[in-house]
Design a protein around this ligand. Structure first.
Ligand code: DI6
Ligand code: FE
Length: 408
């Protein structure tokens, strides 16, 4: 195991089925493997037999007896801070109304905006924490949380503060994304350009100055914002030194994937309606494709994301929950893992890479998280399973038995 300094090790988990999720061999699998941890970071990963015969007495050693160990899961696209409930829309859709019709009639995102604006920061935190806990209980150690139900400066900042506080209260690394360009707020009805001006001149600088946003997102859609409007938001984000990502091609093709790529976006998300030109642009820019099976399922969409084209052009595919009150009220990343395979026909290995290595890339965290490799953060989940395919194949039957975030 070459020269590693075992004196620095604090913990070793050994005799596990180690799915490193590194690129290369299937799952980056080490059938009888060990992970050594030094403080908050991984110190060494390799076959069990290469561990030194004697470890310093202070090292805490756990025998996994063959249990599966993976990187901590990463949910790279959620909107889990919101107030109110949209169960009535669920009923309306069961009676035939479409998501777009409900949105145009003043329901949808705007309904959640009213409830979220009315809620205090404490109230929002109280309803959002259990959602984050549900994800954490499934082995998620890092997640992204978007704003986008405030749509004015104070309410957007309130949402971002709640997101940050979730990361302080739970053993989760939270990345925040400002999604002020999510919908046109009621007071700007019919004046979407004016609202975009407010986003660029007021909301974005305030979020950046408060250090509350790690990235900026927008909803490029015929019920959202045009490509030209998104471009203004992206240019402002760039000036403020913030990474960008985009809700692109969920319901129609607005050339959003190409736009995201043009701005070196970390990710373009949804993508059901993306064409090959958009995918080529994403490949050239290294933009990750984030697929969101729960939204596809919940809205009973029929147009599948172009998985084969993404593969052919070697665009990295991530999978996320999109957890939100309207199009994906499903607090489970593992169910999304399953649906990525059953609905989108990903392999179980692609799906797992999608919630580990590629999800880290979608958050700009590829150097720090997403695989079990020396030097990365010691985020890992031990499962009551013996093979990584079980995570996608057996929903509700595989649970983490231990979770480490930053080594503890
Ligand atoms: N696309 C989505 O799936 C969510 N936002 C977006 O831009 C849905 C948000 C909602 O319906 O509340
Ligand atoms: Fe979303």
């Amino acid at each position: 195991m070459g020269g590693a300094d075992t004196q620095q090790w604090t913990r070793v988990v050994r005799n596990g089925t180690v799915a490193t999720c590194k690129e290369g061999a299937a799952y980056g699998l080490i059938p009888r493997g060990a992970v050594a941890i030094s403080g908050a970071r991984i110190a060494w990963v390799g076959p069990d037999r290469e561990l030194p015969a004697h470890l310093p007495a202070a090292v805490e050693v756990t025998d996994l007896r063959g249990a599966l160990v993976t990187p901590g899961l990463i949910d790279c696209h959620t909107h889990l801070v919101w107030a109110g409930s949209r169960h009535r829309e669920f009923e309306q859709r069961l009676q035939g109304a479409s998501y777009e019709e409900i949105a145009r009639a003043g329901g949808g995102i705007v309904a959640t905006v009213a409830a979220t604006r009315a809620a205090s920061e404490e109230e929002l935190l109280a309803v959002a924490l259990p959602r984050a806990l549900r994800l954490a209980a499934e082995g998620v150690t890092c997640l992204e949380i978007k704003s986008g139900y405030g749509l004015d400066r104070e309410s957007e900042l309130k949402m971002l503060r709640v997101a940050r506080r979730i990361g302080e209260r739970l053993p989760l690394t939270v990345r925040t994304t400002l999604l002020a360009a999510h919908a046109v707020p009621p007071e700007y009805q019919g004046r979407s350009d004016d609202y975009i001006k407010c986003v660029c001149e007021e909301i974005l600088p305030a979020a950046a100055q408060a250090g509350l946003a790690d990235a900026v997102d927008a909803f490029c859609e015929n019920i959202g914002f045009t490509a030209a409007q998104v471009e203004r938001v992206f240019e402002r984000a760039r000036q403020l030194g913030l990474a960008v990502k985009l809700h692109a091609e969920q319901l129609s093709n607005q050339q959003g994937a190409a736009l995201a790529a043009k701005h070196q976006a970390l990710s373009a998300d949804h993508l059901e309606h993306t064409d090959e030109a958009g995918i080529r642009a994403m490949a050239a820019a290294g933009t990750v494709a984030v697929l969101l099976p729960a939204a596809y399922y919940f809205l009973r969409e029929t147009r599948l994301p172009p998985v084969e084209l993404l593969r052919r052009h070697r665009v990295r595919i991530a999978i996320a929950s999109d957890l939100n009150p309207g199009s994906a009220p499903i607090a489970s990343l593992l169910l999304n893992l399953n649906m990525a395979c059953t609905l989108f026909r990903l392999t179980a290995e692609e799906a797992l890479a999608g919630v580990t290595r590629h999800a880290a890339a979608a958050l700009g965290l590829a150097a720090e998280r997403g695989t079990l490799e020396a030097g990365k953060r010691a985020d890992l989940a031990v499962w009551d399973a013996g093979h990584p395919a079980e995570l996608a194949a057996q929903y509700g039957m595989v649970r983490p038995t231990a979770i480490l975030r930053d080594g503890t």
